[in-house]
Design a protein around this ligand. Structure first.
Ligand code: PLP
Length: 458
């Protein structure tokens, strides 16, 4: 039952009310077609239903995050029970769901990522990791001033000031400059556009070596960390060459830098493994998580540190080595109860494996679309796929308006896809597919056939 929902309001009434009072993200409210925003009311499995009863296959999992699909009674029950038992207490003390979730999570994570700091979102998780890295730098290297952080253009790490400063999507930063000092950006490992005839393997090494060059130029005594998504998500689904992440890890080790992997999208089965870094056997010093941690049912984020990082924060009372950050809703018992129920579903139903199997099948089919003149590159891992559209064989990017119209046509046929938006000053020509990890082969066929049909006829 929807609490206090006004009765007998039409979709149009909701739109009018919304238009008057709600401010949507990345949205130009002056546009006449703003009333076309969909009014979503309910959802189940991979299907989302609008207030007029139209059904859509959500091939974007809302915002890359409803990994277990909609309508999971187990999560609803866990939340309901926890609200009745203990709705909230700050994480200055222990609450049982947060303890159980930290234990469960560290059991799933690779290596010795054993120390979970809870917060509420992906931005906060990265904000936390950045601050952890800077405080770690001061305590690990006393007398030096290591605070600089290297990240990549096109990478996205969040909307708060630190995370936004690490973000390499300049269109999302410009209006808010000046940003936090001490962030430096390098090329993303975007093979399709920047390899320029080099082998994938050489290109991967060259991109990683650019990080080393920046460390040397800036002075190693000033740099503390590299932050990266294992696969850049919103910046274009950029799957790096296999040589890239292992080389980044080597560089971090050589110069004593922390490697922060932002797995806000790639975590929890999205790429066909529980965590994206497992594709390359690379273990970060800090991993950041959100989205799939609760599959979006309730906001929750986390930054998880290795033993070595955590130990730098140990000290006698009065030494002030403890991590200097508090977050009112960090470790929220209700959110953690949702996270626990969500992780149980993910592991019991082996959804990473389904993501790998159905994702590989869908990617193989979608790859055949590269024979169409409008499709330049199809890439991805698991159920995280990007379809890059072009104008011609010299890879000129398709314009934003046409890409938008293509997504609109796909929507008319009952499938929601994502689209790159407001990243760098280039055409927005990449379609995103990131369906719930419960996707079936039949649903994958439907997505493929719809894209095939729309892209063939555009
Ligand atoms: C890789 C990555 N990191 C961080 C974030 C920020 O997460 P949030 O929007 O939950 O703050 C996002 C959001 O899409 C993301 O894709």
């Amino acid at each position: 039952m929807m609490a206090n929902a006004p009765k007998d309001l039409s979709t149009q009434d909701y739109r009018k009310m919304d238009q008057a009072h709600a401010w949507h993200p990345l949205f130009q409210h002056q546009l006449l077609d703003q009333s076309d925003l969909l009014v979503f009311e309910k959802a189940n499995g991979t299907t989302i239903i609008d207030a007029d009863g139209n059904e859509y296959l959500d091939a974007y999992s809302a915002l890359w995050n409803v990994n277990v699909g909609y309508g999971r009674q187990e999560i609803a029950d866990a939340v309901y029970e926890q609200i009745q038992k203990l709705p909230y207490y700050p994480h200055a003390q222990i609450n049982i769901p947060a303890t159980l979730l930290a234990e469960k999570l560290t059991g799933l994570l690779p290596g010795d990522l054993n120390h979970v700091y809870f917060c509420n979102s992906g931005s906060e998780a990265n904000e936390t990791a950045i601050k952890m890295a800077r405080q770690y730098g001061r305590q690990k290297y006393p007398g030096e001033n290591r605070y600089k952080i290297i990240s990549r253009y096109r990478g996205y790490h969040g909307f708060t000031y630190g995370a936004m400063s690490a973000t390499g999507q300049t269109r999302r930063r410009k209006a808010f400059e000046p940003l936090v000092p001490g962030f430096h950006h390098v090329h993303p490992p975007y093979t399709y556009r920047y390899a320029h005839g080099r082998s994938e393997s050489d290109f991967g090494i060259a991109c990683a070596n650019e990080i080393e060059k920046v460390v040397q130029w800036e002075g190693v005594e000033t740099v503390i960390a590299v932050i990266a998504e294992p696969i850049i998500g919103g910046g274009g689904v950029l799957v790096p060459p296999d040589t890239y992440l292992p080389r980044v890890r080597e560089i971090c080790d050589k110069y004593g830098l922390l490697l922060i992997l932002d797995e806000v999208i790639t975590g929890f089965g999205r790429t066909g493994k529980m965590f994206g870094c497992e594709h390359w056997d690379v273990e970060p010093d800090i991993i950041t998580l959100a989205k799939g941690l609760t599959s979006g049912y309730i906001p929750l984020g986390a930054a998880v540190a290795s033993d070595a990082v955590f130990e730098e924060f140990l000290g006698e009372p009065g030494e002030s080595r403890e991590f200097a950050q508090v977050c009112t809703y960090g470790g929220h018992p209700v959110a953690c109860a949702a996270g626990l129920a969500n992780l149980e579903i993910l592991t019991e139903e082996r959804l990473s494996e389904n993501s790998e199997r159905v994702g590989a099948y869908l990617l193989k089919n979608l790859k055949t679309l590269e024979s169409l003149p409008i499709v330049g590159d199809v890439r991805g891992k698991g159920l995280m796929i990007g379809v890059e559209l072009v104008k011609d064989s010299d890879r000129t990017q398709l314009d934003t308006a046409t890409t938008k119209a293509i997504c609109g046509e796909i929507l008319k046929r009952g499938i929601i896809v994502g689209r790159i938006g407001q990243t760098v000053d280039e055409p927005e020509n990449i379609i995103f597919l990131a369906p719930p990890l419960i996707l079936t082969i039949a649903e994958a066929d439907r997505i493929f056939e719809t894209l095939h049909d729309v892209l063939t006829n555009f």
